[in-house]
Design a protein around this ligand. Structure first.
Ligand code: UD1
Ligand code: CA
Length: 450
């Protein structure tokens, strides 16, 4: 069966108290909408339609950067979930498969849940995803009759007896496109909110003699985010799950609860992650690497056997080859550090390549920015950069070169050459004693005067 996803993402999310549309708030540093899209991607949808409203342009941009084929349908006024799905009609023109409706603010859906919905759909005209709620609160209630779902009643419209039902509506559904749009046409807004409820399609379908059932999933999968507190809780759920997965994959997390992961963090087997490490988006760590305590990594790649930190910062474009060493208070940005090279202390290496087995001394800085443009530093293999060297880019240092401590390198250095660029030392004999005496006498004079 070919599938189209319709992801509802028009809501303002008033309770987020934010200028940012709700679905763009991040969980594990990826927008909620992206989580929803990735969840839906397991169905290999032929089309994906995002229904946007508040912050439509920003939402569309994120959607299309995740999936360039995603279509956007704008819902100018938020008149309810059925009205929202109706906006996808034009984008699904000519589509004859099944529509799966997801919410952009429900980021934890598991692949097998969607697969079970599709299986159930093969035997039923309409399938709703439900869950047993620990606290059913304001969720819509699923009124079941055996395996048949008779109708969904919104909390606001429910009787006391209906409110005692704990099997609740997640909002997700699966139905053939043709049937779904037919049902939606029949939805009215005569209810407590004056909205067009998508949930009404159930009762309408039953009235037409169609088969409707509900598939159940764990409540944690349907967790919707409505407030900053929900967002924080959702992030915590994500982190706990992602850490557990890494442990299962054979990664050592010395203090798992202190490691903060991004939605796309990849870490290989037998790597060791020490406490208090933060992963931003786009990090891959190969097997057998060590990330020591208090390091911050984003958009970078760490190869097998490399050791990073403690207190290291790897910024986007940092590419560490096997057995590279990045030590404390070192920042690497857009730079390749070749096999076995070392940058161990207090350095900034940006817009650079560092050759194999090269050693970068403490306090070395690539001066890559002239205030207007960025420039490249190229360092060969087996180079020894003396401590406190300033490499004024663009500049190239050949294989086997060396720089003297404190050198400001402004010209290229030939292979095997030693670059020295600093004032020559001059020891003035007896001058220290003279200077001390002079200063002490001055201090005595001043304190007498006071
Ligand atoms: C909805 C369900 C309820 C279910 C709950 C689960 C209806 C009528 N009710 O209620 O049964 O238990 O979700 O969380 O469907 N949206 C639009 N356009 C609109 C309205 C909503 O795009 O005009 C989007 C929202 O951005 C959100 C989703 O649809 O992503 C759900 O809307 P929301 O208002 O949160 O529905 P609930 O009242 O929570
Ligand atoms: Ca909601």
């Amino acid at each position: 069966m070919t599938i189209a996803l319709v992801i509802l993402a028009a809501g303002k999310g008033t309770r987020m108290n934010s200028d940012v549309p709700k679905v763009l708030h991040p969980i594990a540093q990826a927008p909620m909408l992206v989580h929803a899209m990735r969840a839906g991607a397991v169905l290999s949808p032929e089309r994906t339609v995002i229904v946007t409203g508040h912050g439509s342009e920003a939402v569309a941009k994120v959607a299309q950067s995740e999936d360039e084929t995603a279509q956007v349908a704008v819902q100018e006024e938020q008149l309810g979930t059925a009205h929202a799905v109706a906006q996808a009609r034009a984008a699904l023109d000519g589509f004859e498969g099944d529509v799966v409706v997801l919410y952009g603010d429900t980021p934890f859906l598991q692949p097998d849940t969607l697969e079970r919905m599709i299986e159930a759909r093969a035997k039923n005209d309409l399938v709703i995803l439900g869950f047993e709620a620990a606290d059913p609160a304001r969720y819509g209630r699923l009124v079941m009759q055996g395996h048949t779902l008779e109708r969904i009643v919104e909390f606001k419209d429910a009787t006391e007896q209906e409110r005692s039902i704990t099997f609740c509506n997640s909002g997700l559904l699966a139905c053939s496109a043709q049937t779904l749009f037919g049902l939606i046409d029949a939805v009215g807004n005569d209810n407590a909110s004056g909205e067009y409820y998508l949930t009404d399609v159930v009762e309408i379908a039953r009235g037409k003699g169609l088969t409707v059932t509900a598939v159940a999933c764990g409540e944690e999968q349907t967790l919707g985010v409505n407030s900053r507190a929900d967002l924080a809780a959702a992030d915590a759920v994500f982190q706990a799950r992602a850490r557990a997965e890494l442990l299962d994959l054979g990664v050592t997390l010395m203090a798992p609860e202190t490691v903060y992961l991004a939605a796309d963090t990849v870490i290989g087997r037998d790597s060791v992650i020490e406490p208090n490490v933060i992963f931003g988006p786009g990090v891959t760590v190969e097997s057998g690497a060590t990330i020591r305590a208090f390091s911050h990594l984003e958009g970078c790649h760490v190869s097998r056997g490399a050791i990073v930190g403690p207190y290291a910062r790897l910024r986007p474009g940092a590419e560490l080859a096997e057995n590279a060493r990045i030590g404390n208070f070192v920042e690497i940005k857009n730079a390749e550090i070749a096999e076995g090279a070392k940058v161990n202390h207090l350095s900034y290496i940006g817009d650079a390549t560092v050759g194999a087995a090269t050693n970068i001394g403490a306090g070395t800085i690539t001066c890559n920015y002239d205030g207007v443009m960025k420039h490249q530093t190229t360092i060969g293999e087996n180079v020894f950069i003396g401590s406190n060297t300033m490499l004024v880019a663009p500049v190239t240092l050949g294989d086997g070169a060396m720089t003297a401590t404190g050198t400001v390198v402004t010209r290229d250095v030939e292979p095997d050459a030693l670059a020295v660029a600093r004032a020559r030392q001059d020891n003035k004999l007896g001058y220290a004693r003279k200077l001390f005496d002079m200063l002490k006498a001055k201090k005595a004079r001043l304190s007498k005067g006071a």
